[in-house]
Design a protein around this ligand. Structure first.
Ligand SMILES: [Ca+2]
Length: 458
């Protein structure tokens, strides 16, 4: 599918046929739908306090608190929701706990319309008062409603980074005279840091340009701990890109889509073709405060594709190798990892929902059963894994594990001599048992030897 089908508007047709069927996940993982009925959701972000904020394209910012979608929006802005425009991004000030500042990216309606970053102050679960405009972006085309970007996140340097699309005018991506087709970097108050890479080449607001040559950086992410940045750039006809976010980089659009081996441009660290999807649409590193997934997931980069309906993982520690994670998701637009170690995905299809993926570690510990060992007559000894023990005795054992069980040939107890005769399970005198799924008994029958009726003569 070609992405001339726009990033968000393309999903309208998908949405019609969508159902909220569960995703297919790797063994050991399960998922739970946390919220549904979200209207054309576009992006989500966790507040430092664990609440999950979700943007609806039409201008409402919703709050999911304690696994419940609150009926009252955090805020509603008047926006232009045509095509890929609308409320497209949300993030939280690094000092949110103290200042309660929430930032959004949305399209201000008008002739022409333009995109804006605005800051609101939280009062509990709703915004108190109106917004403070932090950054006004360039006027948008009156005919092209696509390629708006919209992702906003704070870097480890405390600066606000903003992904801006080229609004379907390809040349925008290569000029330092506007903010379109770029990653921007600003201070939280909207001023431009003087150490920005093009500060001395660009003028005015364009000094906010931090990287260029992008088509539609709809999503990007910072890795907790390292501060490393991955930028997802939505391609046109062939390639979806994951790019290493490096100050001053030119990522090549429109001179190239995907890798082009031109030293003027930074090639993507990974690209996939449109045989696998149509638009890369969400990124999150798995570096939570509390690990919930198995150790091999530490540091991987979850990313999704809108039309492919999948989430895959890229492993930066393993040569950027990519492997499957989830499939069967109806138009995923964002993925996030919570501090407590769960993966959340935001799906535009299926009526608009947020789903949490958990690793089902309750089934992971090996199952233990009790094996009980007896002799007839009771009180004789047996050898379990080389240790001689007097019957009867129990032993805890992991299902499926092996043990060596042996009955001494002859034993003398209370002045009587006994000789091994048989095992209850039919095994040889020394044999291997594999622990079954349930508690089990093993009994050795001995016969007396020497004098007495029924004794075996030596
Ligand atoms: Ca590129």
């Amino acid at each position: 599918m070609k992405s001339k089908c726009n990033l968000l508007s393309c999903t309208v047709s998908i949405l019609v046929a969508a159902s909220a069927a569960a995703a297919q996940l790797p063994a050991g993982f399960r998922e739970t739908e946390i919220a549904s009925g979200l209207s054309n959701p576009t992006a989500m972000e966790f507040a430092p306090d664990g609440r999950l904020f979700v943007c609806e394209q039409g201008g409402t910012l919703r709050v999911i608190k304690n696994d419940a979608l609150l009926p009252t929006p955090f805020l509603t802005v008047t926006t232009d929701p045509n095509g890929e425009r609308g409320l497209l991004g949300v993030t939280f000030d690094p000092a949110f706990a103290a200042n309660h500042w929430v930032y959004i990216y949305y399209t201000v309606p008008g002739s022409p319309a333009h995109n804006r970053v605005s800051r609101f102050t939280a009062n509990g679960d709703v915004a108190a008062g109106g917004g403070t405009n932090v950054l006004e972006l360039n006027d948008l085309s009156s005919t092209a409603f696509n390629h708006n970007g919209g992702a906003i996140h704070f870097g480890a340097d405390g600066k606000l980074y903003i992904g801006v699309g080229e609004n379907a005018t390809k040349t925008n991506a290569q000029t330092l005279t506007n903010l379109l087709g770029k990653i921007l970097r600003i201070n939280a108050d909207g001023t431009v840091p003087t150490d920005n890479p093009f500060y001395n080449q660009a003028s005015g607001t364009n000094r906010a340009i931090w990287a260029l040559g992008l088509r539609n950086p709809f999503t990007f992410a910072f890795q907790p701990g390292t501060g490393r940045m991955f930028i997802n750039d939505v391609g046109e006809n062939t390639w979806e890109e994951i790019n290493d976010g490096i100050a001053g980089s030119n990522y090549g659009w429109p001179n190239c889509e995907g890798a082009c081996n031109n030293p003027s441009f930074h090639d993507p660290i990974y690209q996939y073709s449109h045989t696998n999807g149509c638009a890369i649409s969400g990124g999150a590193f798995y570096n939570p405060t509390t690990m919930q997934f198995p150790a091999e997931y530490i540091g991987v980069y979850f990313h999704a594709d809108l039309c492919g309906g999948w989430i895959r993982i890229l492993d930066p520690e393993n040569a950027n190798q990519v492997s499957d994670f989830a499939t069967g998701i109806s138009s995923p637009v964002d993925v996030k990892v919570s501090d407590d170690g769960f993966l959340y995905y935001l799906a535009r299809g299926g009526g608009g929902n947020v789903t949490r993926v958990e690793f089902d570690n309750t089934n992971t510990p090996p199952t233990v059963v009790t094996l009980s060992f007896f002799t007839t007559p009771p009180g004789l000894d047996l050898m379990l894994d080389g240790q001689r023990r007097t019957t009867p005795f129990p032993a805890q054992s992991v299902v499926g594990s092996s043990h060596t069980l042996s009955a001494p040939s002859s034993q003398r107890v209370n002045k009587s001599n006994y000789r091994f005769a048989s095992w209850s399970d039919g095994g040889a005198q020394t044999h291997t048992i594999v622990t079954p799924g349930n508690d089990a008994d093993y009994s050795a029958t001995y016969q007396t030897k020497g004098r007495g009726a029924g004794a075996i003569r030596q």
